[in-house]
Design a protein around this ligand. Sequence first.
Ligand code: ATP
Ligand code: MG
Length: 582
Amino acid sequence: MRWSRAFIFTLKETPKDAVTASHKYLLRGGYIKQVGAGIYYLTPLGKRVLDKIQKIIREEMDRAGAQEVLLPYVVPYELWEETGRGKKYGKELLRFKDRKDKPFVLSPTNEEAVVDLVRGVVKSYKQLPLHLYQINLKFRDEARPRFGLLRGREFIMKDGYSFHKDYSDLEREFQLMEKTYRQIFTRMGLEFRVVQADSGAIGGTGSREFMVLAENGEDTLAICTNCDYAANLEVATRQHKPPRENPVKTEEIEEVYTPGVTKIDEVAQFIGVDPYFTIKAVAKKAIYEDGREVIVIFFLRGTDELEETKGKNSIGALELVDATPEELEKAGLVPGFIGPFGLPSSIRYVLDDDLRGATEMVAGANKKDYHIKGAGLLDANLLGNLTFYRDIAQVKEGDLCPKCGAPLKLTKGIEVGHIFKLGTAYSEKMNATFLDEDGKAKPFIMGCYGIGVSRLIGASVEQNHDERGIVWTPQLAPYLVDILISDIKKPLQRERGEELYHQLQTAGIETILDDRKERFGVKITDFELLGFPFCVIVGRDIDKGVVEFRDRRTGEKLKLPIEKVVEELKERLESGIEKGRG
Ligand code: ATP
Ligand code: MG
């Protein structure tokens, strides 16, 4: 491509709302331009990166035996009524009507459509397994679209859906997909982790997320410093440590007057104990699938925090929202002084596992301005409205790995893929069955597998940039080489630059020729901002047949005879791609 003819526009100023590196550099480099909140144009440069991502995904999905289809972006609402998701999905689902007043949705995901495609067509176990995937637009009316391509409202996803006759075959496919995804992200040159993930409200028996490691990631991961344990903080667990003994002993349970002292650290200080020996109460309103709303109290050590996902899963709720002081009072509770001892018997509560067998504890007395101290908890897990222990605490840095006991560390990641065992959740509701070997009709057992295709453009920049701009891995770079003609008015520079350009094209190396009537400074700044892996500067030394070669990632500069350029590039590209990183 000749730069002078290319639709490339770069900005000097960083747009105000762009806070993350990828948002900033993709806008400044003119890879994207905003149309509306969470909706973007992709320019030719952006499209080239997208195409490279898609090519890798297609090759690996096809190799794994999946078949590409194209499902509709606009789907009749009827299908969403069959599964009941139309109501449940909430405001992220964009619903609208056509001229005949018939309701539709813009697909945020396509389970309904794919089940509808397959049902009635796949009739026998002999036609299974089947894996269909697409790369297509999605729309989710996200409450807070942000970070450019990382969280858009309209975005591109690869979504695949597999159909099986039994769970063991689903398990086989799930493992094949984990392997396939690892291969996909490795080929893109990304540093990533595969983590255990929340299976959410749809249930399912297992799910894994693929996380690109990046400081600005929205997800927090707990990773073992010793073994391969890695989990999204939402579901990360820890080894139970034996309770520490409280040096402050009490004869019997005492009530302590604590006027207006409600915060756990203040309570600990007021009474004079380590917050580890206090019981924190987190009051929530749990919302269930059938619309029921129930007040639930989660009790944890004063040094721990509630992990909401674990909390919500512990009681099978769809969502937890904050409960207001008025709602708590109505339920017979005393906000600020809630404790597990003497709690009204109608109140649903969960105790964190780490409180098992705890002694000499300080807790709210369920009475205004009073706490109790010296209270102990059972070690047993009695159900009913008695003692109900679950793992609901958020894992902290230094907590012990549930697998090997070594310390865990926390790190940030961007979710770029999610694989999920759906089971029969959709096929049953949509009456999608096949005839099994025993002649009985059974619902398909399904898996689903997503990749954030447009998010990957952003995630890749989050991981590969410096203070001057993007540093593409060769696998995803829109062009591999920028031939920068230092002074286009010098005929020799122009001629040699053109010759090299044709030579590289013949060698199959994607090249952009910077033939603009611009100063050298402007050109080199653009090269650095746009992040092409290599630059060949055709300048004054061309009199001696010499050019300057630059490596964007390492900053290395070297003088080369112009006829050595192709060889140099081939070597670097091969070794760069082999190493997985540029
Ligand atoms: P998140 O927790 O980030 O909202 P999700 O769990 O809603 O993601 P899935 O429904 O599993 O995501 O969708 C599959 C993939 O699509 C995700 O792994 C992610 O990479 C991508 N994705 C999801 N939401 C967005 C979005 N708003 N913008 C861009 N990509 C997205
Ligand atoms: Mg989401």
